[in-house]
Design a protein around this ligand. Structure first.
Ligand SMILES: NC(=O)C1=CN([C@@H]2O[C@H](COP(=O)(O)OP(=O)(O)OC[C@H]3O[C@@H](n4cnc5c(N)ncnc54)[C@H](OP(=O)(O)O)[C@@H]3O)[C@@H](O)[C@H]2O)C=CC1
Ligand SMILES: O=C1OC[C@@H](O)[C@H](O)[C@H]1O
Length: 339
């Protein structure tokens, strides 16, 4: 049942921050039934007015505090830069709002726990906005793995490098997070037993710009990833089983396609033609700043559904899985004292 069917009104969203992803997310919210972008919050009146005019949003707040305190809102989408996410999420939760916070929600496991604990204590919904989890292709990947077509899954790899942002943000937190959550998905939600190896390069600012990580999962399974803000990589992911391989091409973190190839015989010399599965993106009018941003709609719809059902977390990325991913990132960043 939709939120409107339960409450008789639309979900009222507030948007905190007026940058590139806020633009894309507002477009999908405005394409959904039974929800309304009721207010925007900026650090300045001018910022709120500019974004409000551009997106036809009537509620405007010239400070984040004022947005958080707006009791007419059900939920706030925190779309500020990553280093603000803990404080901005806490501000909203303390004011009684539900929260969807953009990635990365925190720089460490300890800080992530503070936010999740606060959400639980305040009985508020909280989601770390790892939007990958809501794509139909991800659900189909899970189904395909469980069908056994590629046999027992022993390895997974993900790579996300782009040549933008080095020195200004942490590669582990900006792009590595998508890799770490993908490995968890490939291994059916399991957390790694250990981070066995980390190789890294730091920018002059002290922030990690390129990281390679080797993770050991229970049952002798191995996950690897590479993330970078210094150079591009293929930005695909691979899952390997005893009978074959599942590949997710660029952009694996917001996928609309994957393929499966099986192998048998002496020296694996018999293989099937790859079977490709494709998924349409929802029809949402752009333009968008980021690839496949139309797919933010899946995440937004899931949040609306959770609010309608009175759920405090999303099954696709619940607090347990979120904190496990944050634990991996935290441990990796701990290797150079990143905080
Ligand atoms: N899910 C996804 O696909 C994507 C997620 N992201 C994530 O979203 C978050 C925001 O990214 P993005 O929209 O690209 O960032 P932008 O820099 O484009 O926008 C951030 C906004 O936050 C506000 N802000 C508050 N403090 C600062 C500050 N010190 N410096 C700059 N802006 C500030 C500004 O709004 P105002 O001035 O109105 O207060 C600004 O417009 C990041 O955490 C990023 O990782 C980013 C891209 C894609
Ligand atoms: O979250 C993101 O951050 C980096 C972008 O390049 C990417 O497309 C986006 O999804």
């Amino acid at each position: 049942m939709s939120f409107a069917a339960v409450t008789g009104r639309a979900v009222r969203w507030g948007v905190m921050g007026t940058g590139t992803i806020a633009h894309d997310f507002v477009k999908v919210l405005q394409a959904l039934p039974n929800c309304e972008v009721a207010a925007v919050g900026s650090r300045s009146d001018e910022g709120a007015a500019r974004f409000g005019d551009a997106h036809n949003i009537s509620g405007r707040h010239g400070s984040y505090e004022s947005l958080a305190r707006d009791d007419s809102l059900d939920i706030v989408y925190v779309a500020t830069p990553s280093m603000r996410h803990v404080d901005d999420s806490l501000l909203c939760l303390e004011a009684g709002r539900h929260v969807l916070c953009e990635k990365a929600m925190a720089p460490s496991l300890q800080e992530a726990k503070k936010v999740v604990d606060k959400a639980v204590a305040e009985d508020r919904f909280f989601l770390h906005g790892v939007w990958s989890r809501f794509f139909p292709a991800m659900a189909e990947i899970r189904k395909t793995l469980r069908s056994g077509i590629i046999g027992d899954v022993y390895a997974a790899h993900a790579s996300f490098g782009q040549n933008d942002g080095a020195g200004q943000a942490s590669a582990t937190l900006e792009t590595g997070i998508y890799c770490a959550q993908f490995l968890q998905w490939a291994f059916d939600g399991d957390a790694p037993e250990s981070v066995e190896g980390v190789s890294y390069s730091l920018a002059d600012s002290g922030l990690d710009q390129h990281v390679g990580a080797l993770l050991r999962f229970p049952g002798d399974r191995i996950g690897t990833f590479e993330c970078s803000l210094r150079h591009p990589t293929p930005r695909g992911a691979t899952i390997c089983g005893s009978k074959g391989v599942l590949q997710v091409p660029f952009p694996f973190w917001c996928p609309t396609q994957f393929s499966v190839q099986t192998m048998t015989g002496l020296g694996s010399q018999d293989w099937s033609e790859p079977q490709t599965y494709t998924f349409d993106l929802p029809a949402v009018e752009g333009p968008f700043n980021f690839v496949n941003s139309e797919g933010l709609l899946y995440e937004a719809q899931a949040v609306n559904d959770c609010l309608a059902q009175g759920k405090a977390q999303c099954d696709q990325f619940d607090h347990r899985e979120n904190l496990a991913v944050m634990g991996v990132l935290s441990e990796i960043r701990g290797r150079w004292g990143g905080s």
